[in-house]
Design a protein around this ligand. Structure first.
Ligand SMILES: Cc1cc2nc3c(=O)[nH]c(=O)nc-3n(C[C@H](O)[C@H](O)[C@H](O)COP(=O)(O)OP(=O)(O)OC[C@H]3O[C@@H](n4cnc5c(N)ncnc54)[C@H](O)[C@@H]3O)c2cc1C
Length: 305
């Protein structure tokens, strides 16, 4: 049943018609609830509000799988503008982005050119850039890009997904770069050939990679809404006397807001992932695919003024 619901929402996430309708409803329905605003400027007030509550932020301009070089360049310009605004507004925010939004599916040179410009701008402002991880087909290419840039820039981080069999080895291979990594369960529909099909195995592998990365002495962002994983992380850092400066928790904007604040009150660093842009429909459907009870949350959130 769970798989049927998941596939249903993943199917809906690809509907062009519904996507267009959602874009037309625009930010009114989703802004300040599951996304910032329809652009970065209109997201600033929500980010300031989070910062005022002690929550750090990472922002992501929604829209992936770009197939046109000029759109990838536009995305790059927008990202650089966002970096400048983060600095000029004094926001406590990093930037997250997907390699397909910079042209990964178009050509290699284009991504390197776009990414260099973004990292230069971010370095100038002392802002960290995290490369989100997309589907397994793009994982090796994404990690190669990360490794190349990590040799030149310190302000770069990426993501590893616990559901992939390869991740345990990736975390060891990346150790030589002393990387900042965001660790997640994984959000895409992957084949059992490359990913654990059972949730319990994903959770076990997640715990394993959190422990390995922390004990390797590397900065670890544990990005989850799962209390069991949060409690496990708290236990490991306590047992091994790991400094609060070596790890943080991350959650998505609008999800478990109360828990986010409680973690801050307990003294943990908490970062909220704030997506913005008109392309919020597919993102939202993927969140529903992960957890259908988010429908109740979404309905309440969207109807509340
Ligand atoms: C900041 C951030 C960045 C991410 N970046 C990426 C990325 O780059 N690539 C990628 O593939 N994936 C990414 N993800 C998504 C991630 O891979 C998971 O798909 C997503 O986080 C759902 O898994 P989960 O760990 O939250 O736990 P789940 O397995 O979805 O949930 C476990 C349990 O947590 C509790 N829970 C979950 N959600 C809620 C809620 N809304 N309210 C109350 N309880 C809840 C429930 O008890 C649930 O049973 C990111 C996630 C976050 C938070």
């Amino acid at each position: 049943m769970e798989a049927v619901t998941k596939n249903f929402f993943l199917f809906l996430s690809k509907s062009t018609l519904l996507n267009r309708a959602a874009q037309n409803w625009g930010e009114g329905i989703a802004a300040g609830k599951i996304i910032g605003g329809s652009d970065f400027q209109s997201s600033i007030k929500f980010i300031k509000d989070l910062n005022d509550q002690g929550l750090a932020v990472t922002v992501d301009h929604l829209g992936e799988f770009v197939t046109n070089a000029s759109v990838a360049k536009e995305r790059t310009e927008e990202c650089i503008e966002t970096i400048k605004m983060i600095a000029s507004e004094g926001l406590d925010s990093q930037v997250s982005l997907k390699m397909t939004s910079l042209g990964l599916d178009i050509n290699h040179e284009l991504v390197y050119e776009n990414m260099t410009r973004i990292l230069e701008a971010a370095e100038e402002q002392g802002i960290m850039v995290t490369i989100d991880m997309e589907d397994e087909q793009r994982c090796q290419k994404t990690l190669d890009i990360f490794k190349d840039f990590k040799q030149k820039y310190n302000n770069i981080s990426t993501v590893l997904q616990a559901y992939l069999y390869r991740t345990e080895q990736d975390i060891e291979d990346l150790n030589q770069y002393s990387p900042f990594l965001r660790l997640v369960k994984g959000a895409y529909n992957e084949s059992p050939k490359v990913a654990f099909p059972n949730k319990a195995d994903v959770d076990e592998n997640y715990k394993k990679i959190i422990k390995v990365h922390l004990l390797n002495g590397n900065y670890t962002a544990v990005a989850t809404h799962d209390d069991a994983i949060i409690d496990y992380t708290k236990k490991i850092v306590k047992e091994h006397d790991i400094s609060p400066n070596q790890f943080e928790f991350q959650m998505l904007y609008g999800m478990r807001s109360k828990t986010q604040k409680e973690l801050v009150e307990e003294g943990y660093k908490m970062r909220v992932y704030v997506p913005y842009g008109n392309d919020w429909y597919g993102y939202f459907m993927r969140r529903l695919a992960e957890r259908p009870s988010n429908i109740v949350f979404a309905f309440k959130g969207m109807t509340k003024k």
